[in-house]
Design a protein around this ligand. Sequence first.
Ligand code: UD1
Length: 429
Amino acid sequence: MDRIRIIGGTRLEGTIPISGAKNAALPLMIASLLTSETLTLENVPQLADVVQLGRILGNHGVDLAIAGKRPGQAVNSGQTFRLTAAEIVDTVAPYEMVSRMRASFWVLGPLVARMGEAKVSLPGGCAIGTRPVDLHLEALRCLGAEIDLEGGYVLAKAPGGLTGGRIDFPKVSVGATHNALMAAALARGESVIGNAAREPEIGDVAECLVKMGAKIEGIGTSTLLIQGAGELKGAVHAVLPDRIETGTYAMAVAATGGDVLLDNARADLLESVLDVLRTAGVEITITNHGIRVARNGAGLNPVSVETQPFPGFPTDMQAQLMALMSLADGTSDIRETIFENRFMHVQELARLGAEIDLDGDLARVSGVKGLHGAQVMATDLRASVSLVIAGLAAEGETIINRVYHLDRGFERIEEKLSRCGAQIERLSA
Ligand code: UD1
């Protein structure tokens, strides 16, 4: 298994190109199931999760063609995918596939909407809490699907197709909103989704569905009004920049000191993260090209943060913030309110010298003068990258084991960081 070796202590300087968002690319790829025409997606990041989802969709009959670079196209611009589900050949998503990536469960809504039936395994994914799917199932029931659970599988049926309905989520869920939105776009009639997640990736999918022929009002708000199209057509859509990748590199720059332009980043996607960084004393400048992050010699102030659905501070940035606050001049409080059990990075950060006390959903981080290199283990996607941040700031050598978690969500991370002066390399097994 690949490992990552970092010699810490170097300031980051230069430019880091921000890739297309994983959490938008995945549902956008799934949206290809909604039409027999070709959905062209630009700026798709090169990630293990994207490859895996391509395979899963292939199983259902989606033909995926990856276009080559056009002359004049920047080396760092993402891939262009042409996805065509001319015919759905299989409405079953088996355990072996779905258990490897939770987002693939989201094929449920599109499949039942288009084919009137679907059988999808209950998901797996990152080990960060129980992550039930009750909200997904309830949403599809509201659109007229009959749902049964059998042998670890969800069976959804709507022989006459889905019909518009009213969904009121008791809790904000990104995945359930995606599932409901995609299904409602193809259902007959009007649907309302109340208490919808407002994450920018939902808006990106909604914009794409509009290009495909759905009528959607309230994009970016917590109430979505959808006029189902009954049939959708092909479209061309570019994946929005990854706000979690942006915030992650911003924290890496803050942790090591340095001065980096996050090229193609969009500040409006991560205001809450930028606010926290400003409070910590990091210099943030919004430019025409992206976001410039700098910390030159000044110390880091401690912060008090609670994870919340968008526009609040993202749970996907919690581990990275904890790595950064390990180096602050004082004690920070970081509360995780979205997922239970999302503190697995704490014991690994402690191996690098961080001082963190856990009390239920609260982590109290006492800043230390410096971290030191050690052998650590990646446990989930965002936790792994918090170890990269800590390793970059630590003195000496850090070896991160099980880096396949990183490859699921961060494109060419060693290359992007080493171009800014980091000493980081992949040790292939
Ligand atoms: C998505 C993101 C993930 C991010 C998370 C929260 C993708 C591919 N993944 O995951 O990176 O960390 O949003 O921003 O976009 N819940 C239920 N019942 C359900 C569904 C969810 O109780 O049916 C709960 C979950 O256990 C969790 C909370 O709702 O406590 C939020 O989860 P959700 O927003 O659904 O996360 P995902 O869509 O899985």
